[in-house]
Design a protein around this ligand. Structure first.
Ligand code: SAM
Length: 261
């Protein structure tokens, strides 16, 4: 089966993305580790490091079902709080941190909720799980200090709508950060990466998750996603300032960022 954009109508695409993530939800962690050699953990660490979270912040992590990014943000905030406890002049710490995890797929949110319990964060009031669409968020205008989306924007139907919504919900001074599989341009490395993604990933998907098609689809979606420069200009077109990106592992992934002034 070919899952090329041209052959797939929009409503079929969102249904298919939903099916893909329902199918992969249960194998999600294992497959992420296998396919990235564990590197996705470092990439998410880097994303959160660039976000520079602070106690009392209101943050929205979109397409964040598994909680991977939200847990890192919360752990960073908690360690800042812990270190600052000695300082009685620090009144910032009283304000409650809110990290909203928004995902369209309830199966992915359930994976995240389960993992929160396993990490002892099941009762943590700072984490709020919300089922919702990145293209039509239920949050108010200018309500968030930060917005992250990790490995999520590639699969949406209208990237522009997602960016417009990110801009809408951020406060002035708020940061947008996007971690996504991107484009490798380094000559020999590009050939190796192509071989890896077109031959090895679908085979591992079949072997481990019993689902070659979903992983074939994921690989094709990486190829169709705009390159670093094009995506940066889309972020700027949505209204963001100081748009920049950082390539990791030669562009296998990129972190794009922007500010709402
Ligand atoms: N951010 C997590 C991570 O990095 O481990 C999960 C990434 S997973 C590859 C992509 C997620 O995007 C899935 O949980 C899927 O349900 C979600 N998703 C797809 N389309 C979406 C949309 N329109 N709105 C919100 N979430 C969406």
């Amino acid at each position: 089966t070919s899952f090329g954009f041209k052959e797939v109508r929009e409503e079929e695409k969102s249904q298919m993305v939903s099916n893909v993530f329902s199918n992969v939800a249960s194998n999600y962690d294992l497959m992420n580790d296998l396919m990235s050699g564990g590197l996705h953990r470092l990439w998410k660490d880097r994303l959160v490091c660039k976000l520079n979270p602070f106690p009392g912040m209101k943050h929205l992590d979109v397409a964040g079902g598994t909680g991977d990014v939200a847990f890192r943000i919360l752990e960073t905030v908690n360690s800042i709080k812990y270190r600052a406890l000695q300082d009685p002049l620090n009144d910032n710490l009283q304000e409650e941190t809110q990290i909203y995890v928004c995902d369209i797929n309830p199966n992915m949110l359930n994976v995240g909720k389960k993992r929160a319990i396993e990490r002892g964060l099941g009762e943590d009031k700072s984490l709020v799980w919300v089922e919702g669409d990145a293209e039509a968020l239920s949050f108010e205008d200018c309500s968030m200090d930060g917005y992250t989306i990790a490995f999520g924007i590639r699969n949406v139907t209208h990237i522009e709508k997602v960016l417009a919504e990110a801009y809408r919900v951020l406060k002035r001074g708020g940061r947008f950060l996007c971690l996504e599989l991107s484009h490798v341009e380094v000559p020999i490395f590009k050939d190796l990466y192509d071989y890896y993604s077109f031959s090895i990933i679908p085979a591992v998907g079949e072997l481990v998750a019993g689902d070659r098609e979903s992983y074939q689809y994921l690989v094709e979606s990486i190829r169709r996603f705009p390159n670093q420069e094009k995506f940066a200009s889309m972020i700027a077109d949505a209204g963001f300032q100081k748009v920049e990106y950082e390539n990791l592992v030669g562009g296998v992934v990129a972190i794009h960022s922007g500010l709402k002034f």
